[in-house]
Design a protein around this ligand. Structure first.
Ligand code: ADP
Length: 260
């Protein structure tokens, strides 16, 4: 999957890492981290790739909780941090380095030096793909990160309502500016299927992401439904792709992984 269409020949600057892809969103709270986690687990377990997951969401790291990992990373003889592993994915997060409840009041240069430590200061080993959970938005930090990481591609996550899609467009335009290929747009929380009567409700609207993708010449990578199980498994640190690999929503994540 990772080396398939969409990913260009840019060479990432981390030794042993073949491709780096960003999971990004114009807005917070649309399910970017949840998508990054389940995508990484699906790439490792279904596509049988060697996968790393970097939590670059320095202002709100959620990978430690979502991947049920805690503590401080060990350091090897080359003074590189050893990533922590769960569900077959090697993880690194700024959340491992700071207290759970401490706010990060860092300015741009500190964010960049943290990113440097979290990428090149880590003993990733050989990876087919490093999935990066980006901070939401299109500010300075996101822009410099996109350039510094030498991304092979970016995947944009949005919910279906206009207000989120407007920001998703901004995100896509940011990556275009720094010449990072857009792998496509994923619609998260696309519809809700009532567990009692089975009726589908399009709580945040219907078809908006597909339209936006068409208008912007981006690939539409699919829909992830709004499901209680996704939220519960994220909170418990057992990504749904790992804990219920055969359910409908896990199939949607696996489909996404095979399209990246
Ligand atoms: P972001 O990274 O964009 O800020 P998160 O991935 O942290 O967003 O998700 C925000 C909240 O929405 C979390 O509580 C998460 O569990 C929940 N969530 C994300 N995607 C879904 C989904 N498809 N169905 C149900 N809940 C979801």
């Amino acid at each position: 999957a990772a080396t398939g269409k969409g990913v260009n020949a840019r060479k990432p600057h981390i030794e042993g890492v073949k491709d780096i892809i960003a999971v990004a969103s114009g807005k917070g709270g649309v399910g970017k981290s949840t998508t990054a986690v389940n995508l990484a687990v699906a790439l490792a377990n279904t596509c049988q790739l060697k996968v790393g997951l970097l939590d670059a969401d320095v202002y709100g790291p959620s990978i430690p909780t979502m991947m049920k990992l805690q503590g401080k990373p060990e350091v090897n003889e080359d003074l590189k941090m050893i990533p922590m592993e769960n569900y077959g994915v090697k993880c690194m997060s700024v959340g491992f380095l700071v207290g759970k409840d401490s706010p990060l009041v860092w300015r741009g240069p500190m964010v960049m030096s943290a990113l440097e430590k979290l990428t090149r200061g880590v003993a990733w080993g050989t990876l087919d793909i490093l999935v990066v959970d980006m901070p939401p938005g299109t500010g300075d930090a996101q822009l410099s990160m996109s350039q510094r990481l030498k991304l092979s591609g970016a995947l944009i996550v949005s919910t279906p309502q206009d207000i989120a899609l407007i920001d998703a467009r901004k995100g896509a335009n940011m990556f275009c500016k720094v010449e990072v290929p857009i792998l496509g747009l994923v619609e998260n929380m696309s519809c809700f299927k009532c567990p009692h009567c089975g009726e589908k409700s399009y709580i945040f609207g219907c078809g908006g992401a597909q339209r936006t993708a068409d208008e912007m010449n981006m690939e539409f990578l699919g829909e992830i439904p709004l499901e209680v199980g996704v939220r519960v498994s994220s909170d418990e640190g057992t990504p749904i792709v790992a804990s219920a690999p055969d359910c409908g929503v896990s199939e949607a994540y696996k489909h996404l992984a095979s399209n990246v």
